[in-house]
Each structure stands twice: as C-alpha cells, then as structure tokens.
Ligand binder design. Structure first.
Ligand code: HEC
Ligand code: HEC
Length: 457
C-alpha cells in the first residue's frame, strides 16, 4: 500500500504539472486516500488521471483559493477591529503610535497568538533560535504583523505604522506545530487554537462601544464578560442573544471546535446551526464583522435572539459584498481538511481495539457516533435530556439541540476539556458520564479501554 502510494505520486510528478495543480493535488489526495482504501492497486492510474482531469484542476484551484481565504481574508473586518475597536492601537502601544503599553511578542504568545515560521526571513528565524530577538518590545509584534506572520491577524500599514487590523478564520481555527519555539512553527489549518484567549485580546481594545451598544452594557461589564471566557473559548451567541452567563453563573462561552474532519457531517457547530457554508457566512458577517450578505430568518425570533432580531442580523446586506464570492472555495477547503492521525505511540493499540468493540457494542456509543464519521449520517442532533446534560446552550440555537460531535482527531483538541463548554476535563470523565447516564455498568477496565479508543481516533 505504502509503496503503491509513493509510486503514484512520482508518476504524477513525472508529468511536470504546474505548481498550482501539484499543490492542488494535496486536496485531491484526500479523495485519493479514500480511493486507496477501496480501489487498491488501480489507484495509481486514478490519481494520475485526476492530475489531467479538468474537474480535478478546478477543484485544485478552488482548494488554493479557499486556503488563501481561510488563512488571510479579513472580509473587510478592519472597519470593526481597527477603525471602531482600535485594537491595533492597543497592540502597537503608545511608543509605536498607538495607546498604552502595547502587546509584546511574549504577551502575544502568552494569550495564544501563533507565529507562522514560514513567513519569517531566514535571519530572523536564526536570531529567534539564538534568543537574540527582543520579545518584550511591542515594536517586534508590529514587525511580525508587517511580515504577515501572526496567524489570523492582518495588520494594515502606512509605511511602518500600523493603522488598522482585521481578522481571518485562522485566528481561532489554526495553530502551529511549535517547530521553532512554543507558539512559533508551521501552520496547522483546522486545528482548534485552545491556547487563544479571544476575550482577553478583545478586551484590550481602547473602545468597546460597539459591544456596549449591542449588549446595552457598560464598558466595565463588557470587559468583565470578555475576560470571563478564558483560553480556547469564544461566545458566538453573545451578540445574538446577549446571554453572557449560564444560570449557574459560569461563562456562557463555548470551546473553539476544530474545523477539520467535517466532510460528510451534516450539521455544524456544537448546536447544529447549519451546514459549514451557512456557518461560514454567519461567522464572517456577524462574528468577524466582515462586510457581506447573510440571510437566516430564524434570527428574527425576538424571544430567542433579542439582539439579532432588533439589529436585523437575519437579513444583512452590504455593498460591496466582500464575503459571498469567497464562500464556495472556502467551503471546499474546509471540507478538504482531514482530521489528523494520532502520533505513533500515543495510545496502546491492543487496549484501543478492546475499546473499539465496546464503543460499537456494549457502550452503544456508535448508535450516535456512527463510524467512520462518528456522527449520524442524517439529522445529527439530540436533546439535552438524551445525553444527560442541561439545555442552556442548546436553547440558544434554532433547533434547541446538541449536535453529535464528530470524534476524528479528538486527540488534537483535548486542552480545555470536552463537550461544548469543556465541562468534562478528561476522556475518562466523559466515559464516566455516559456510564452513569446510560447505566452501562462498565468495569474500570472497560472504561479505560473506551478512553484509549477515543485517543486513537
Ligand atoms: C473568534 C474565533 C473564531 C473565528 C475568527 C472563526 N470561528 Fe469558527 N467557530 C468558533 C466557535 C467558538 C465555534 C463554535 C460555535 C458554536 O458552536 O456556537 C466555531 C465553529 C465553526 C465551525 C463548526 C465546526 C463543527 O464542529 O461543526 C466551522 C466549520 C467554523 N467555525 C469555520 C470557521 C470559518 C471558515 C471561519 C472564518 C470565516 C471561522 N470559523 C472563524 C470560533 C471562531
Ligand atoms: C444519544 C447520542 C449519543 C450517544 C449514545 C453518545 N454520544 Fe457522545 N456525544 C453526543 C452529543 C450530542 C455530543 C455533544 C455534546 C455537547 O456538545 O456538549 C457528544 C459528545 C461526545 C464527546 C465530546 C467531543 C468533544 O469534541 O468534546 C465525546 C468524547 C463522546 N461524545 C464520546 C462518546 C462515547 C464514548 C459514547 C459511548 C459511551 C458516546 N459518546 C455516546 C451524542 C451521543
């Protein structure tokens, strides 16, 4: 199998295809991967043919366009994060034409921002490795922004002066492999950045009046809410319903989910708001505050979404529309992102195999988490009662339900815990919950095996 894959790739490379098509084949490789499983040796030909197929070439182009959008497109959100919130001024600091102390690279890394090593010139990489770069000077952060090296944050410059900034999808849904230093490495698109303290970063803004107006709250209250979220969390529903805290007083924010392994999954987000492309449009318009078009009359429900209904978020029209033309390629790229395989040696295969049998048998997990999607083909939604938790977050969504989480690549988003709000700190806690709720009567060994299987996905 391994050998035939390698042979297939060199065969394709032998055609001297253009860079675009070759890079695009990375996406086709996802398709080819599944072909491999089924078609075996006939693949070599299939993959080679794809390289010349006009449909595959169009897919490759869309893949690259979607990747560009996912990583770098701000959808005009500079008008919000820069012009209104003036977040760039807080980042630059008074010494660099902004306000306050500024955000040093050390601080930026400590609140979870990530640096793309591929954007750093060789000499800077070398100086970073040798510890010769001043990580306490906000001017260094500004320089990193100018290089386009901070994941998901796009600075606007006049000369060396940072005059505005916008954000991209990569801010929350990418991280790096730490290959150069903690927080500095190669991009990992689709991975949830569970280090990122979105609320804390936003709370640095000198002017939070857009949030004060939306929420009808004081500057102090808005800052308190933003600082309540903590690392790896964001509250996408806050600007729709204004609910900042759960009935038990804890923050209403949810964990940043991964944006990989989503192909074949029907409904998305913790509470199943819609398809990937529905949510992309919602996020780009309403959360990132980009300028586009968005239609979802479910948001006109004033009882459920008082802010959204009042503000007309269910029918947003901007001219020019900087979002809609990018949705198709962004959708394709999102679906092309595979869930990463667990590192070798990170789990015990024999114990995981026992866990698999339990998952599909006695523990009944697979009735909802249907392999290999690990969510239901079809309407993948459940009531809070069915899974034995409270309905607070489900009630903040149109269908009032929780979406069965796809579990592939679970190992890569363990920080912050499990379930929408991270209420279960470990996989063992998740298994204990199901054991009690469904009265599974699992032995300690069986519980361990199930958890080991979850590590192997
Ligand atoms: C500020 C952080 C942030 C940014 C920026 C952001 N997202 Fe998200 N994303 C989230 C959170 C939080 C959720 C979960 C929301 C929920 O369940 O209510 C989410 C959910 C998703 C999901 C659903 C994942 C699943 O498991 O079904 C997808 C897909 C997604 N985002 C894609 C994107 C894309 C594409 C962009 C850029 C257009 C983007 N996001 C920008 C935080 C962010
Ligand atoms: C009735 C359907 C159903 C059954 C049965 C079920 N689950 Fe789930 N599972 C869900 C739903 C819905 C969620 C999402 C919960 C949330 O968003 O808070 C979930 C979430 C999870 C998560 C958290 C994923 C994450 O990203 O945080 C894990 C792990 C999990 N389930 C494992 C299991 C295991 C193991 C079993 C069997 C013991 C099981 N599930 C049985 C519906 C089910």
């Amino acid at each position: 199998m391994e050998r035939s894959r390698r042979r297939g790739l060199s065969f394709v490379a032998g055609f001297g295809l253009s860079f675009t098509v070759l890079a695009g084949l990375a996406s086709v490789a996802v398709v080819a991967g599944s072909l491999h499983a089924r078609a075996g040796a006939r693949d070599d030909d299939a993959v080679a043919r794809l390289g010349r197929d006009p449909v595959a070439q169009a897919a490759a182009r869309a893949f690259l366009e979607g990747q560009e959008t996912f990583r770098f497109d701000t959808f005009g959100s500079e008008a919000f994060w820069g012009d209104q919130l003036r977040l760039h001024e807080a980042i630059a600091g008074a010494a660099n034409g902004g306000v306050g102390d500024g955000v040093s690279p050390r601080t930026a890394l400590s609140v979870g921002l990530k640096v793309d090593v591929d954007r750093l010139p060789a000499n800077l990489r070398q100086r970073l490795r040798r510890g010769e770069v001043d990580l306490d000077d906000p001017a260094t952060t500004v320089a990193l922004l100018k290089l386009g090296a901070v994941l998901g944050v796009k600075g606007v410059f006049e000369g060396d002066a940072l005059t505005s900034m916008g954000i991209s999808c990569a801010l929350c849904h990418s991280t790096v492999d730490d290959s150069l230093a903690p927080g500095v490495g190669r991009r990992l698109d689709g991975w949830a950045n569970r280090d990122l303290d979105v609320g804390l970063i936003v709370s640095l803004s000198p002017d939070l009046s857009p949030f004060m107006r939306l929420l009808g709250a004081s500057d102090e209250t808005v800052r308190t809410v933003l600082r309540s979220w903590g690392p790896g969390k964001f509250d996408a529903e806050l600007v729709l319903d204004g609910k900042a805290f759960r009935p038990d007083g804890k923050p209403a924010a949810t964990l940043l989910p991964p944006a990989y392994g989503l192909a074949g999954v029907n409904l998305h987000t913790w509470t199943g708001w819609g398809s990937v492309t529905h949510w992309n449009a919602l996020v780009a318009n309403l959360e990132m505050h980009g300028q586009g078009t968005f239609f979802d009359p479910r948001l006109n429900d004033a009882a459920k979404f008082p802010i959204a209904a009042r503000e007309g978020f269910g029918d947003v029209r901007n001219t020019p529309d900087l979002i809609t033309s990018k949705l198709a390629a962004l959708h394709l790229y999102q679906l092309a992102l595979p869930a990463p395989s667990p590192p070798e040696g990170s789990f015990d295969p024999a114990i995981a195999a026992r866990g698999k049998a339990l998952f599909e048998g006695k523990a009944k997990c697979a009735t909802c988490h249907v392999p290999p999607l690990y969510t239901e083909p079809g309407w993948n939604m459940h009531t809070a009662e069915e899974i034995g938790i409270d309905s607070f977050q489900a009630d903040r969504s149109p269908d009032g339900r929780y979406r069965t989480s796809p579990l592939k690549g679970l190992w890569a988003h363990q920080k912050g815990g499990f379930y929408h709000d991270g209420r279960f700190a470990t996989l063992a806690d998740v298994v204990d919950h199901y054991d009690a709720h469904f009265q599974l009567a699992l032995t300690e060994g069986e519980k361990q095996a199930l958890a080991e299987f979850l590590e192997s996905l």
